[in-house]
Write a protein that binds this ligand. Structure first.
Ligand code: F6R
Length: 532
């Protein structure tokens, strides 16, 4: 039995003292923890008064001390009593030096059990507890999911596993689920970084996202059409996909859907009724802000539809209707293939809502095939050459309009998070209201262009930037005299966000590598953001 943990710092700086696991006074109980204990200060003061000493600035350290406090009840009961005192969202794993048991508890943050060698082969059974499946995918793809308020007790000697619901105070049975991913999918397969591997996988993943049951697409479209008030919610990249979805639904299906970023969604509760539909988009299905948004919606009896990548994730299980985007494990922190799969599925749903499912499917299959053509070594080299010209710049700006405005925002996230270059995306029309003041001689500005009704306006905005010294990088189906550097993308009509974001993903990747940054592990960020 052993534990290890990489913590995204919430309390105290990243340091040895603040690293997990944390121990009780005698070093008998140890705990690793994901999430935030909201009442830790109050509990810490109580424990200090009882004579407990603390070595770290973390909220986590109170948990082993609380277990120690109840130690005479036995390990399992002591953990139950200790977590009964905690407020907040968390997943913990606890060990006791004097016991052969490992105990996990989940409330709000993900905790998944991996089971190796199948349930019947009890002699050889091995168990893994992790917050995300790729952590143990090298060993097994058979999983059991803990729900909130559940505890799992793994006994090393008996090779047994037991689940207990802490609210109902009863043991519960769990199904063993094969998630269908294999370890090879979570390997680099010859690529230097996961990010580049995942960008290249878009040759297949977009097509996989489209492979949905026609009947369920039809019935989801009907639910969207019949809802009275529909919202999109998501965070970061998934949020940008939601905003693109807002435009796509408006343009393709004539349907008004509001995008509200998940961390703000609870503030919109006044507008929710039992006829509202909330469409949540998330790669991991574990983002705390998204889960809070759907909890706020559920309180108003809103129906939840979700687009997720991780089967069995909290969002998948808590949704009334859920679509898997089938992108396979996404390991790099920067979301790439999941984003284009989400875009493909949202576009398909918009066409289905407009009663034009076949037309939408044809467009997206053609888009997937054009993405396959784009992602060749020559294309990548062309973008790498651009990265070599601009990688020492401090700032970059990206403009787009209509469907490509959200992609300007997404381009900025991609560049910021992996290369640490200051990047900002704007709606082309907003430039004159402030951002133009930021343009200096040679400032790189990307214009995302499609063959659509706003093309001329974006080109005019690019001209405005150029007139003030900016260097224009055009991502567009056709070259234009305003472009200093042209990256060609196919003309795919309403699917343009998919093809326009891909070259920027490649550019962000090469900017990171040229600046000596590891694009797979950006500083200060986590793949699944399981804290508020
Ligand atoms: C950026 C990125 C993040 C995520 C966000 C939501 O590249 O990966 O902005 O998109 O944290 O994550 P999910 O989609 O897992 O809910």
């Amino acid at each position: 039995m052993g534990v290890g943990h990489s913590r995204w710092a919430t309390h105290g700086i990243p340091s040895e003292e603040n690293s997990h696991p944390h121990f009780d006074c005698k070093g008998n109980f140890l705990v690793v923890h994901n999430g935030i204990i909201e009442n830790y200060q109050e509990l810490k003061n109580e424990l200090k008064q009882k004579g407990h000493g603390f070595k770290s600035d973390t909220d986590t350290e109170i948990i082993p001390h609380l277990i120690e406090n109840f130690a005479e009840l036995g390990f399992e009961e002591a953990v139950k009593k200790a977590v009964g005192k905690l407020k907040g969202r968390y997943a913990i794993v606890a060990l006791n030096r004097n016991s052969d048991k490992m105990i996990g508890v989940r409330r709000g943050s993900p905790l998944i059990v991996g089971v190796k060698n199948g349930v019947k082969d009890s002699d050889k059974r091995e168990f893994f507890l992790a917050s995300d499946i790729p952590a143990f995918l090298d060993h097994t793809n058979n999983v059991m999911y803990l729900d909130d308020e559940e505890m799992v007790v793994i006994d090393k000697n008996e090779r047994s596993i037991k689940f207990h619901n802490l609210e109902r105070r009863e043991d519960v049975e769990k199904r063993l689920i094969n998630i269908g991913w294999d370890a090879g999918q979570a390997e680099k397969n010859g690529f230097e970084h996961f990010m580049l591997k995942e960008i290249m996988e878009q040759k297949d993943t977009i097509m996989r996202a489209l492979n949905q049951d026609v009947k369920s697409i039809g019935s989801m479209a009907e639910k969207i059409n019949n809802a009275f008030g529909t919202f999109f919610t998501g965070c970061g990249t998934a949020g940008n996909v939601c905003l693109a979805g807002e435009y796509i639904f408006s343009k393709v299906a004539g349907k008004h859907i509001n995008f509200i970023v998940s961390s703000e969604f609870p503030n919109y509760h006044h507008f929710l009724t039992d006829k509202t539909l909330l469409i949540a988009i998330s790669q991991s299905g574990e983002t705390a802000d998204v889960l809070e948004a759907i909890e706020a919606a559920k309180k108003k009896r809103v129906k939840i539809m979700s687009l997720v990548n991780v089967m069995g994730s909290s969002l998948d299980r808590k949704s009334d209707y859920s679509f898997l985007i089938k992108a396979g494990p996404e390991k790099a922190v920067a979301s790439t293939k999941a984003a284009t799969s989400q875009l493909a599925l949202i576009t398909l749903l918009a066409y289905a809502c407009a009663g034009k499912l076949n037309e939408g499917r044809r467009l997206l299959i053609e888009t997937a095939s054009k993405v396959n053509d784009m992602l060749n070594p020559r294309y990548e080299k062309h973008i790498r050459r651009l990265a070599e010209k601009i990688y020492k710049k401090d700032s970059m700006y990206i403009i787009g309009r209509s469907l490509n405005y959200p992609m300007a925002l997404e381009s900025a996230i991609k560049i910021q998070e992996v290369s640490y270059i200051h990047a900002q995306g704007f709606a082309g029309g907003e430039l004159k209201h402030g951002p133009l003041a930021l343009i200096d001689k040679g400032t790189p500005c990307i214009a995302l262009v499609a063959e659509d009704e706003v093309k001329d306006d974006v080109i005019s905005n690019a001209m405005e930037i150029k007139s003030r010294g900016g260097c224009i990088i055009g991502v567009a189906p056709e070259n234009n005299e305003v472009f200093d550097y042209w990256i060609k993308v196919p003309d795919v009509g309403d699917a343009s966000p998919i093809v326009n974001i891909i070259p920027v993903q490649i550019l962000a990747y090469h900017l990171a590598v040229l600046r000596g940054c590891n694009p797979d592990y950006p500083k200060n960020l986590a793949k699944s953001v399981t804290v508020k």
